[in-house]
Design a protein around this ligand. Structure first.
Ligand code: SIN
Length: 288
């Protein structure tokens, strides 16, 4: 069966229009979906009113799932395979720890030695307007660099720091940040990664990278800033406007994403994410 596709942007992404995760799916149909995932890096599946068990079961088809032990306070209390991305207050009325999750350019679990292969984010509740997510194509970004720049960055490793937040989110919880940092020491990852399935080179950076291994922050910052800015220029970006029951699947090995926070914080935005584990990468940086 040929899947009905609709491209989401020039840079990346495809909607699979004729899929219903409530129905059994053959291996050959999943094989086609996986091919679209590798070709387009982002999949959109609309209208998937499925249970948490079905979300987990479908995600497992992409590979082994992470149990989110690197982010224990954001785990779903009953399903360790699900990470909560929500501003719904806790049962005791305190603010959600995960309300600012993903509000900077990043790729999932890059601050671990098993960075994510993919993520499947399901939308449960949305504010009336906003709450969008940006995605960028890091393969396209790499390909567009000059030969000289490719040579310069070929052997660099960026140090990824867990729990990094933007300045205006300092109230995100110092205790949580300290906990995440303790669980996840800084990890150096290659700035250029070869995608294990497509064999293509992609930039691997983001705003959790503070410096290059073997260099100071002051020396590293101009190049990190340049590469992040280059990778996130509009030509390489898709902006997703969520609808309830959307599932967006992204390939963390060749994309970055950012939750924009462009909405009224008194309104509810509730998402749940599974994270597919990738191949080992990177090394711990002592005393970073
Ligand atoms: C994430 O970074 O996993 C969350 C993205 C979003 O909430 O849009």
């Amino acid at each position: 069966m040929a899947l009905k596709l609709r491209r989401l942007s020039n840079a990346l992404g495809a909607e699979i229009c004729d899929i219903d995760l409530n129905k059994p799916m053959s291996e050959s149909t999943f094989g086609e979906i996986h091919r679209v995932f590798l070709d387009h890096a982002i999949l959109l599946l609309r209208g998937q009113n499925i249970s948490r068990e079905q979300h987990i079961e479908f995600s497992r088809r992409f590979g082994e799932l992470d149990d989110h032990k690197s982010l224990p306070s954001d785990r779903h209390p009953d399903y360790p395979e699900l990470l909560l991305v929500t501003n719904r207050p806790n049962a005791d009325g305190t603010p959600s720890e995960s309300r600012y999750t993903g509000r900077l350019w990043h790729t999932d679990l890059s601050y671990t030695t098993h960075p994510a292969l993919g993520s499947l984010l399901k939308c449960y509740e949305l504010p009336e307007v906003g709450g969008d997510t940006l995605f960028c194509n890091m393969t396209m970004a790499y390909d567009a660099l000059s030969g000289g720049m490719k040579k310069l960055i070929a052997d660099l490793h960026g140090i990824h720091i867990s729990g990094t937040r933007k300045i205006n989110q300092q109230d995100a919880g110092e205790a949580r940040r300290a906990e995440v940092l303790k669980l996840n020491p800084p990890i150096a990852q290659p700035v250029v990664r070869i995608h294990p399935e497509t064999g293509r080179k992609a930039l691997y950076l983001g705003e959790k990278v503070k410096r290059f291994d073997g260099m100071t922050e002051a020396e590293s910052k101009p190049l990190i800033d340049y590469l992040n800015k280059h990778a996130t220029q509009p030509e390489f970006v898709y902006r997703h406007q969520w609808r309830q029951h959307d599932i967006v699947v992204w390939d963390n090995r060749c994309t970055m994403h950012q939750a924009l926070g462009d909405f009224d914080e008194t309104r509810l935005r509730h998402m749940e994410r599974t994270t597919v584990m990738g191949t080992p990468s990177g090394y711990v940086v002592a005393g970073a």
